[in-house]
Design a protein around this ligand. Structure first.
Ligand code: ADP
Length: 262
């Protein structure tokens, strides 16, 4: 696959970044960072959209479960976000790359002036060879916490930076014809040509206690990105090497085909 000047947005979920108890999964994070750093070494421009702030905050504070109330979630997010960025900064630095943190909300994208500022910041980061690491501004964005929708955010970011591909990493091999955690005979759908109501109906809730959107938000994200001509892939985040397999041209996970205009 031709990778020169390619721009890729990679979204990683809590289920890949944290152990079930909420503590950071260092092995998975290290592997992910290594793969992404190597993509950058190949000349691919990478944007990382990362969840995990609340989950990692929960783990760091030693709480037994994710808080149910909004102040609790937001407080956990403030703690987890620091830890998350500290780890990304440390790990990317080991491979000679710098990270830049952007905490954004949908409003930042929808407001014309803020939108312009965001695009200019992204372009400067690309010019400087820095990897933008994006999360929702969980500490202030109440709605975002309720929907927990970093999948859609990753699609919005992909559109914003005119990405060639959006890769959504998750804890399952891709989209199945029914929820595999309930139905052992569920089959993987390697390609989705068009996102129809029948496709949307396949998603049923999140699989893990720390994960949030489940397949529903991933399909929603694919719909946003594909409509703008961006091919979207939902693949297993473990092992992170799956990203290389995909970019080297081997079909893996579910490929939501971009709508080709004209
Ligand atoms: P992440 O934290 O990586 O975003 P989620 O837990 O939010 O992951 O979403 C992935 C989960 O969605 C899967 O583990 C699975 O249990 C659930 N799911 C529901 N319906 C489907 C489906 N049709 N195909 C695949 N996964 C599904």
């Amino acid at each position: 696959m031709q990778t020169d000047n390619m721009r890729v947005v990679v979204k990683v979920g809590t289920s890949t970044l944290a152990h079930p108890n909420g503590r950071a999964n260092l092995r998975e994070m290290e592997q992910l960072v290594r793969v992404l750093a190597d993509l950058m070494n190949r000349g691919i421009q990478v944007v990382l959209v990362t969840s995990g702030a609340i989950g990692i905050g929960v783990g760091k504070m030693g709480l037994f479960e994710k808080p149910r109330d909004t102040p609790g979630k937001q407080a956990a997010a403030t703690i987890g976000q620091c830890e998350l960025m500290f780890m990304y900064d440390k790990m990317f630095s080991e491979y000679g790359h710098n990270v830049g943190q952007l905490l954004i909300t949908k409003q930042d994208v929808e407001d014309e002036e803020r939108h312009g500022n965001l695009c200019a910041t992204f372009e400067k980061l690309f010019e400087w060879g820095v990897i933008p690491v994006i999360n929702e501004n969980d500490a202030v964005a109440v709605e975002e916490i309720v929907y927990g929708d970093n999948d859609s955010l990753s699609a919005i970011v992909a559109v914003l930076v005119h990405a060639d591909k959006l890769i959504i990493l998750t804890d399952i091999d891709g989209l199945y014809d029914k929820n595999p955690s309930k139905y052992p005979d569920a089959k993987l759908l390697p390609v989705v040509e068009t996102i129809t109501p029948d496709i949307k109906a396949l998603a049923q809730g999140a699989g893990s206690s720390l994960g949030t959107g489940g397949m529903e938000t991933k399909i929603k994200a694919a719909e946003i990105a594909c409509a703008q001509g961006i091919d979207t892939y939902v693949i297993a985040g473990k092992p992170a090497e799956n990203i290389n397999i995909l970019l080297d041209g081997t079909p893996i996970g579910t490929h939501f085909k971009a709508v080709r205009h004209g």
